[in-house]
Write a protein that binds this ligand. Structure first.
Ligand SMILES: Cc1cc2nc3c(=O)[nH]c(=O)nc-3n(C[C@H](O)[C@H](O)[C@H](O)COP(=O)(O)O)c2cc1C
Length: 371
């Protein structure tokens, strides 16, 4: 097998969409890492459903609208975002590029885009926060929003240590991922890449369970997070908490009652329970369940600015992208991720302008043609 190609020093002119990065990225990553990045669980039904949900929806422009003062800006949890778009937490970014998460945060800073740093980041959360501060200084711009994604550890002390580190480093929100406690074991990390934030913490008895082995009764199943863990976290931190991986409208209602400050409607990019519908299909019911005030994000196969417009029209406040940031990172490092974010933002502006929506709040269900 040939070695992966090094990242490109310049962005090739034929890259005009996120799909173009995806097509090129395989050549820049070891084969096993590429499979890990791209895979869905089971038969890939949910992975396919994620994309199909966006493609099924049509857009219905209103003509002759006043676009003066138009902007993609939005406010989430009191902070300004240049667009309703964030970088989803994606583990081990150094599998795609030697700079890993440091390149990603520099790109996010340049594009004033929020980044959600994974518990399983391959660079420490403090180094990422420092790179963000340095980028803001260089750019003379406000620092980009920075959130920490938490996977609960086997002990609450270990979880709390991570939260305290995130607070101390200036992270502005905790995104608690609740849909991936039970994972299949599959991937061996390449040499030199590790979960940098978990160094020194007790290693869990088990982090994943190969299919074909009994699960119930194991330490992994017994340690799966429960609702009282959310209540505990709520008591322990003043940071806003977003729950990631909420799909059932009834769970969304309970999460709001238990003090969640926001939700991410997500099936983890089709990587956990195969057979789940797309987040987009569930979004209107989740919005109806929680009311207008609670911030709702969605992710899963967002690949075009028009996808962002569709998600917002169906009730989302913002979307996140997962795999595309890694495709761009593998192809062209920081510049690639910045370019990918810029393309998405530009596509969103074009979609909004052509729909006759000068602001994100103008994106309403009447701009859609639903199947
Ligand atoms: C390689 C990979 C690693 C991921 N790691 C995490 C993680 O550490 N924490 C988390 O909450 N979600 C993780 N996710 C899920 C993403 O945050 C996001 O929900 C998903 O990728 C969105 O779908 P998309 O890739 O189609 O955009 C990961 C996804 C991928 C593809």
């Amino acid at each position: 097998m040939s070695a992966p190609a090094p990242p490109l020093a310049a962005i090739p002119p034929d890259i005009r969409s996120l799909a173009d990065y995806e097509r090129r990225a395989a050549a820049h990553m070891p084969a096993e890492s590429w499979t890990y990045l791209q895979e869905g669980s089971g038969d890939g039904l949910t992975l396919a459903a994620n994309r199909a949900a966006f493609d099924r929806i049509g857009l219905l422009p209103r003509i002759l609208s006043d676009l003066r003062g138009g902007t993609t800006q939005t406010t989430l949890l009191g902070a300004r975002h240049a667009a309703p778009l964030l970088l989803a937490p994606v583990a081990y970014q150094r599998i795609a590029h030697p700079d890993g998460e440091l390149a990603t945060i520099r790109a996010a800073s340049a594009l004033e885009t929020g980044m959600v740093v994974s518990t399983l980041a391959s660079v420490t959360l403090e180094e990422i926060a420092a790179a963000r501060a340095a980028a803001a200084r260089e750019l003379g711009a406000p620092a980009a929003p920075l959130w920490f994604q938490l996977y609960l550890q086997e002990s609450r002390d270990a979880s709390l240590a991570l939260v305290r580190r995130a607070e101390a480093a200036g992270y502005q929100a905790i995104m608690l991922t609740v849909d991936a406690a039970i994972k299949r074991a599959s991937f061996t990390l390449p040499a030199g890449v590790d979960a940098a934030n978990l160094r020194g913490l007790p290693r869990p008895a088990q982090t994943a369970q190969p299919l074909g082995r009994i699960l119930f009764g194991t330490a992994l199943a017994d340690a799966a997070p429960r609702w009282d863990d959310l209540a505990w976290l709520r008591r322990e931190t003043k940071l806003p908490i977003l729950l990631k991986g909420v799909m059932a409208p009834d769970d969304a209602r309970i999460a709001r009652e238990q003090g969640a400050d926001g939700l991410v409607v997500s099936n983890h990019g089709g990587r956990v329970l195969d057979g789940m519908p797309s987040a987009l299909d569930l979004l209107p019911a989740v919005r109806a369940a929680v009311g207008d005030a609670l911030p709702l994000l969605i992710d899963g196969s967002v690949r075009r600015g028009a996808d962002i417009a569709k998600a917002l029209a169906l009730g989302a406040d913002a979307v996140m992208i997962g795999r595309p940031q890694i495709h761009a990172l593998a192809v062209a490092g920081m510049a690639g991720v910045a370019h990918a974010l810029l393309m998405l933002r530009s596509e969103l502006e074009h979609a909004m302008a052509q729909l006759g929506c000068p602001t994100v709040t103008a994106l309403t269900p009447d701009r859609l043609r639903l199947p």
